[in-house]
Design a protein around this ligand. Structure first.
Ligand SMILES: *[C@@H]1O[C@H](CO)[C@@H](O)[C@H](O)[C@H]1NC(C)=O
Ligand SMILES: *[C@@H]1O[C@H](CO)[C@@H](O)[C@H](O)[C@H]1NC(C)=O
Ligand SMILES: *[C@@H]1O[C@H](CO)[C@@H](O)[C@H](O)[C@H]1NC(C)=O
Ligand SMILES: *[C@@H]1O[C@H](CO)[C@@H](O)[C@H](O)[C@H]1NC(C)=O
Ligand SMILES: *[C@@H]1O[C@H](CO)[C@@H](O)[C@H](O)[C@H]1NC(C)=O
Length: 331
């Protein structure tokens, strides 16, 4: 009796909560289970299917609203507002919050109609959450709540706490695992996107005491929809040819080319190739769209279909992605 009452009480609480504070399920109707009367989201199995064409947007663009008109980013299917930091929203993540709810709803509907998901990217290079002692659970709760409050389709974890990874003591990896698990409590798989954006060298075996992203992938990889791999900013000649990018990285960052990462056990369909839009968008690692298109063509012939990511709008745009996709997944 006590048990039954408690269960009813919990159901009532849950019912109220989902009315009051869960825009969480709006992508898909909730699913009522007639056997046990619980209400859950019905995951959308196609939400995270490749290929992914991801564009980041941190810079403000004079004369343009952010997000821009969908015609400017046609050919992409994910637009990542950047960044939400431990200290709050900045740059284009902040700009999104400064639109009126009506403006946001209108833009969201236009993006949805064009098949483009709107997500928020977390941290970026200015935040070092592990080094700074941010609690992974609290941080995940706050950030997930923010994404839900502002009606986004998910989050991208652009963790760039190099000091924590380089410490080699496993704390960065443990932080990322706890953070990712808690994000998924709030942002269920199949309903919200959850991606990570590691630099490619973090998949080099034996280079980091804690295992870097090879450890992250083996602990919480099943919760991560895909990786927006940063194949740039890693040295003047790193990942600048199709061979270096796809099959044979340099001895500085061994085994971190695309197919080498897959050979380490990370699912190939989760390996999205990230490149700067213009040379000025990174210190190094740039490839022009002609070369990048050719690399994608080669990769596709070997069974890859994950897609490409670029930093950042407006240097990359609809024209850029059209050219990059032209020999593999043309639009
Ligand atoms: C409904 O709930 C029952 C009992 O918890 C469970 O066994 C069953 O798999 C659920 N069905 C669906 C479709 O979720
Ligand atoms: C599921 O996701 C796909 C891809 O994002 C989308 O095209 C489709 O409309 C979604 N289905 C539902 C029922 O939300
Ligand atoms: C993309 O950017 C290039 C270079 O600035 C510009 O010429 C082109 O018109 C832009 N294309 C779109 C669709 O915005
Ligand atoms: C990989 O690249 C290095 C140069 O960085 C070269 O010496 C080596 O022969 C290449 N290996 C293969 C298998 O092509
Ligand atoms: C693109 O880059 C390749 C390799 O560096 C170069 O050979 C080619 O001329 C470039 N193409 C354009 C259009 O800039």
């Amino acid at each position: 009796m006590l048990q039954v009452t408690l269960k009813l009480f919990v159901l009532v609480l849950f019912g109220f909560q989902s009315v009051l504070s869960t825009p969480l399920i709006k992508h898909d109707p909730p699913h009522k289970n007639s056997t046990d009367n619980t209400v859950s989201a019905s995951p959308n199995a196609t939400l995270a299917l490749p290929p992914h064409w991801v564009i980041y947007s941190d810079r403000s663009v004079p004369g343009l609203t952010i997000p821009p008109p969908v015609s400017d980013v046609k050919g992409f299917n994910v637009f990542a507002l950047s960044f939400l930091l431990v200290a709050g929203a900045f740059d284009n993540a902040l700009a999104w919050t400064q639109l009126t709810p009506t403006q946001r709803a209108t833009i969201k509907a236009e993006y949805a109609a064009a098949g483009i998901k709107l997500i928020v990217s977390l941290f970026g290079s200015t935040d070092a959450p592990t080094t700074n002692g941010a609690d992974p659970i609290d941080t995940a709760n706050t950030m997930a709540d923010w994404a839900i409050q502002f009606d986004l389709d998910g989050v991208d974890v652009d963790y760039e706490d190099f000091d924590a990874i380089n410490a080699g003591d496993g704390q960065a990896e443990a932080w990322l695992a706890a953070f990712t698990r808690q994000l998924r409590v709030k942002l269920p798989q199949g309903i919200f996107l959850l991606t990570h954006a590691p630099v490619a060298p973090w998949f080099s075996p034996g280079k980091f005491g804690g295992g870097a992203y090879l450890t992250v992938d083996s602990t919480v990889g099943s919760l991560i929809d895909w990786y927006n791999l940063q194949f740039y900013n890693q040295g003047a000649t790193e990942y600048t040819t199709c061979e270096g990018l796809l099959t044979n990285s340099s001895s500085t960052w061994p085994q971190s080319a695309l197919f080498q990462i897959a050979a380490s056990g990370v699912p190939l369909e989760k390996l999205v190739i990230g490149k700067p839009g213009l040379p000025s968008d990174a210190s190094n690692g740039f490839m022009n769209t002609t070369t990048l298109a050719r690399c994608l063509e080669i990769a596709k012939r070997s069974g890859w279909n994950a897609g490409a990511m670029t930093w950042e709008f407006p240097d990359a745009n609809a024209t850029w992605i059209r050219s990059v996709r032209s020999l593999s997944f043309p639009v």
